[in-house]
Write a protein that binds this ligand. Structure first.
Ligand code: BES
Ligand code: ZN
Ligand code: ZN
Length: 486
């Protein structure tokens, strides 16, 4: 999709549809004046009241060069945040794309011409246009995706529009990769996407194969991978800034389980197809790196994506197996379905060996976090207050809802076993916290933040402003975190 900025009055913008906002209670004065009272009449009719997610479409609006005018409800003016703007713009592009409009424009209004609001509007429009339909042959024939989006605003917003485009396209890239079915996205395929991204945007990429992992002693990662005919890959992408602001070196680690059957501790059939999303953390890291390569923040970043398929089979690891991790600790695998933590710890140990000073990971790690927080917030776990504050501030700025979870040491007790240094699961209770503690045992006291995105990485049903499937959560937080690193 072509994304650009158009200056001048919104009435003058030539486009298939111009989208504008109007809030609860009062029809937007500028839009009402331009439409010569049409908007006020619309409010009086009761058909539209400015509530969030409402829309009204006018064809051939008199006095406009646009072919259509779409009014989008912004909700209550005082509750209108950049997150609401993102949603409204997303709803606009989704609505208009469904009506097969190919070129659209969005006027955020004078009161919302700040960088935060404009950025959110551009992101929303791009995110809203994403449809997970690449394998639908019939719809592909006659449905054209949105071709162009213009933000109507002043010339000084050009940079904002460009940065927002980079960010949202990276997030859509994450969604595209995350939505690939496991037969079309194996660990090797994920590695191929990483190599292509690196080549296109100028990053270093290295993929560690099984032999290299054996040399390095990554017994936990290899144990998960051994049940699959698809060989594992540890994908490493490096971004080195031209001018680093300091000596910090951030590791972004993403769980890349291309399919999670649960292994011998097999999952129920119902809903298992969603386990193709078990690489959403890895896809988020890859998407973030794509944006990072273009935005060029002043901090060194290494992305690590342990990619495996967790399968059942003659070679699969069994409950009770004991593996030796890269850092030498032994783990009793009491449940083969708790595989995410096993692959993450070897990737984290490798990150430490590479000299990373800070660690952030994203993983669709536990069903427990969904019990705790539902689908509305990502669970956040840490060993470091100042660092988590930075991550939460980035998430807040980006409208990615997160919630810090407790990590009292009592939870850790659940991981004790008499047969090895650690068990890979605790009890049913507080399962996302014991999972986080398991990882924490391998971070060597480096500032570390873990995002459990099991509840937020994909939508089971479409929202008016977002398609069903992967959301690309964590991409914006990661990119914001590194952009505002110092
Ligand atoms: N990939 C799953 C977690 C998951 C569950 C992601 C639901 C998205 C939606 C993970 O590997 C897993 O199976 N975790 C187990 C851990 C348990 C065996 C301790 C879980 O949460 O049930
Ligand atoms: Zn699992
Ligand atoms: Zn999993």
């Amino acid at each position: 999709m072509e994304v650009n900025l158009k200056t001048g009055r919104f009435e003058e913008v030539e486009t298939g549809a111009l989208a504008v906002l109007s809030f609860e209670g009062e029809p937007d004065a500028a839009v009402d004046a331009a439409t010569k009272g049409w908007l006020k009449e619309l409010y009086e009719s009761g058909e539209f009241s400015g509530k969030s997610c409402q829309t009204a479409l006018l064809h051939r609006p008199a006095g406009f060069r646009a072919k259509r005018l779409l009014v989008v409800g912004g909700g209550k003016t005082e509750e209108f945040t950049p997150a609401e703007m993102r949603k409204a713009a997303s709803l606009a592009s989704r609505t208009l794309q469904a009506k097969k409009v190919s070129r659209i424009a969005f006027a955020p209004g004078d009161g919302h011409a700040t960088a935060e609001f404009v950025s959110a509007a551009v992101e929303g429009a791009i995110l809203g246009a994403f449809e997970p339909d690449r394998y639908k042959t019939d719809s592909k024939k006659d449905e054209k995706p949105l071709e162009a989006f213009s933000l109507v605003g002043s010339a000084d917003l050009r940079g904002v529009v460009e940065q927002a485009r980079i960010l949202a396209e990276a997030q859509n890239f994450t969604r595209l990769i995350a939505n690939e079915p496991a037969n079309l996205l194996t660990p090797a395929d994920l590695a191929k996407h990483a190599r292509e991204t690196a080549a296109e945007f100028g990053l270093e990429c290295e993929v560690l194969d099984q032999d290299r992992m054996r040399q390095l002693g990554m017994g936990a990662l290899l144990g998960v991978a051994q049940g699959s005919a698809e060989p594992p890959a540890l994908i490493v992408l490096r971004y080195v800034p031209e001018k680093a602001a300091g000596s910090d070196h951030l590791a972004l680690v993403g769980k890349g389980v291309t399919f999670d059957t649960g292994g011998v501790s097999i999952k129920p059939a119902d809903g298992m197809e969603k386990m193709k999303y078990d690489m959403c953390g890895g896809a988020a890291v890859l998407g973030a790196m794509r944006a990072i390569a273009q935005r060029k923040p002043p901090v060194r970043i290494t992305a690590l994506i342990p990619a495996v398929e967790n399968m059942v089979g003659a070679k699969a690891q069994r409950p009770g197996d004991i593996v030796t991790t890269m850092n030498g600790k032994t783990v009793e695998v009491l449940n083969t379905d708790a595989e995410g933590r096993l692959i993450l710890i070897d990737a984290i140990t490798y990150a430490l060996q590479l000299g990373c000073t800070h660690l952030v990971d994203a993983a669709t790690l536990t069903g427990s976090v969904v019990i705790a927080l539902g689908h509305h917030r990502t669970g956040v776990y840490t060993n470091n207050d100042p660092f988590v504050a930075k991550v939460l501030a980035a998430a807040e700025r980006q409208g990615e809802k997160m919630w810090r979870m407790p990590m009292d040491s009592e939870y850790k007790e659940q991981l004790k076993t008499c047969f090895a240094d650690l068990a890979n699961i605790g009890t049913r209770w507080g399962g996302s916290i014991t999972a986080a503690w398991f990882i924490r045992e391998f971070v060597a006291d480096k500032p570390w933040v873990h995002l459990d995105i099991a509840g937020t990485a994909y939508l089971d049903d479409a929202k008016p402003w977002m398609a069903k499937g992967p959301t690309g959560v964590a991409v914006r937080t990661f990119v914001d975190l590194v952009t505002n690193w110092t």
